[in-house]
Design a protein around this ligand. Sequence first.
Ligand SMILES: [Zn+2]
Length: 247
Amino acid sequence: MTIIFSIFIFSFGLVLGSFYNVVGSRLPKGESIMSPPSHCENCHHQLSAWELIPVISYIFLCGACRKCKRKYGVFHPIMELLTAVLFVIAYLCFDFSTELLIAWLFISLFTIIVVSDICYMIIQDKILVAFGIPLTFLRVLTPLEPWWDMLVGGLFGFGLFLLIAIMSKGGMGGGDIKLYLIIGLVLGFKLTFISIILAAFIGLFVAIVTRTKKGQPLPFAPSIAVGSLLSYFYGSELFNLYLRLLL
Ligand SMILES: [Zn+2]
């Protein structure tokens, strides 16, 4: 049965991932999510039903508009695929449980803000609120061990990033600070701590690879997303491995 559920969840993740791409790339521009229907940015050709099938239509159309042949770029299909793969990983980790709902919301939050941060360097408050409230509620229903760990994690994540923002005089965006409040509430202290270390290393790596100059703005949400999800799914294993290397 697991394989059938996995295939179903993968398809569900692709469709949601496609929707999150629309949310992340339209909301920051003040556009409606529903209208106009998805269209080619170049020739305004409105996409038909089969052209909307995530990833598959991209492969069949060789990544180009059917009418004007303009290339679409691989960023959005990659985000759709990532959403689907992460949804399946979450299911394999948590089976059908409240924690699975938390995981799916957590992944969804990251998909949207990674898109909006990469496209516009913006993490929108309404997205943080829309996901922060149900995530907090579900974390209260499915508490960490001990229950107050969510408060410690939230205060730690928020406080540390606020401190970095003050010390770097605005080098850290307000969205990142508020985002870490939610991450802390979901993960608790230890995994939040691990996620920050991972995000810092990934951010540094990205800055080196993309040859970002000092003071030049770089979207940090992708590094936070990768660091937090790695920590959420494998944080305890990573921590034990680290301890074993030390001792
Ligand atoms: Zn076109």
